[in-house]
Design a protein around this ligand. Structure first.
Ligand SMILES: [Zn+2]
Ligand SMILES: [Zn+2]
Length: 314
């Protein structure tokens, strides 16, 4: 398959300015119209987005005092949040996104989270009990001994709704795992824009580590992780642990800090320009040596059996 040129987003970006778009939403009836179009699009009977709602169907569903007032507000939404098709009115991409964000409670709810203790390992003091707490709108995993922060990300109200703290942490792990997998593939989990990475040495109190910082060229979203974490997605690593009775894909991200910071994994920085690392993983008598370059692509995999074979004559 041949590839086409990269699109220039600036050519079609200015349908309306962000300021204009948000000012359009400042009306109860307009938000109600968006909700009704979303409800229709998500009804189980609707196939592939469906035909949408006609002017009169939509008018009947909302609380409008008269049709000219309704028409005025619908017109305001049209193009930016609503599009008129031959079969009816439907949400645009922007309309769909805004309704989902409203339903997720982003603008009007505050998540609740009771602190929970987790097994893992602090990269600084090697304490194995960590604690997850809700701090300034973020879910933060810290060491219980030295307070070092291992993980932090914004907790959405939808994520906390109808879940116990343990279930929230399960969803959090799922999220960071998939988010990092996408970042490694150059895709931003927030906007799907292009992501690139750079490696930087760790800072106090863990100066010996190396971190990979992945940044989105579009929305500026950033994901940072120790370089070794890229390996938990590699088939040779998954197979190595699988053969030793562990599904490493099931280990939580905070538990993986125990792998990185104990003698289970030994990381050597082979070169700093360009960066190159070798990670030696040990299970029992077996070792797996994996090398990665600065884009975190695996360049070499070698399985080594280190068991000393007994000399039968001795
Ligand atoms: Zn610590
Ligand atoms: Zn992005």
């Amino acid at each position: 398959m041949t590839d086409g040129p990269r699109s220039d987003a600036s050519e079609n970006r200015e349908r309306t300015t962000p300021e204009e778009a948000f000012s359009i939403l400042g009306n109860e009836l307009r938000v109600e119209i968006l909700h009704e179009l979303a409800t229709e699009a998500r009804s189980e009977e609707t196939v592939a987005g469906g035909p949408g709602l006609t002017f009169s169907q939509l008018y009947e569903r909302v609380d409008a005092t008269n049709s000219s007032r309704f028409s005025y507000h619908l017109q305001k939404l049209t193009d930016t949040f609503v599009r008129e098709t031959e079969t009816g009115y439907k949400l645009t991409y922007a309309g769909d996104k805004i309704v989902r964000t409203i339903l997720a409670g982003t603008y009007h709810e505050r998540p609740e989270f009771e602190p929970v203790e987790l097994d893992g390992m602090c990269p600084s003091c090697h304490e194995t009990t960590l604690r997850a707490t809700y701090e300034e709108e973020s879910l933060v995993v810290r060491c219980t001994a030295c307070e070092l922060q291992l993980l932090s990300f914004l907790l959405s109200p939808a994520q906390a709704r109808n879940r116990t703290p343990t279930e929230i942490m399960h969803s959090a792990n799922r999220y960071v795992r998939d988010e990092y997998s996408m970042a490694l593939d150059g895709v931003c989990s927030e906007c799907l824009g292009r992501m690139t990475n750079r490696i930087r040495p760790g800072r106090e109190p863990v100066p010996k580590t190396h971190l990979s910082v992945h940044s989105c060229e579009q929305c500026g979203y950033r994901v940072t992780a120790p370089v070794e974490l890229c390996l938990v997605y590699h088939p040779a690593v998954v197979a190595f642990y699988w053969e030793h009775g562990t599904d490493i894909r099931d280990e939580s991200f905070w538990k993986l800090f125990e792998y990185i910071n104990s003698d289970r994994w030994r990381t050597e920085c082979l070169s700093a320009d360009p960066y190159e690392f070798r990670v030696t993983m040990t299970v029992g008598d077996d070792e797996l040596r994996v090398e990665v370059d600065e884009t975190l692509s695996v360049t070499s995999v070698r399985a080594v059996e280190t068991r000393v074979i007994n000399d039968e004559t001795s």
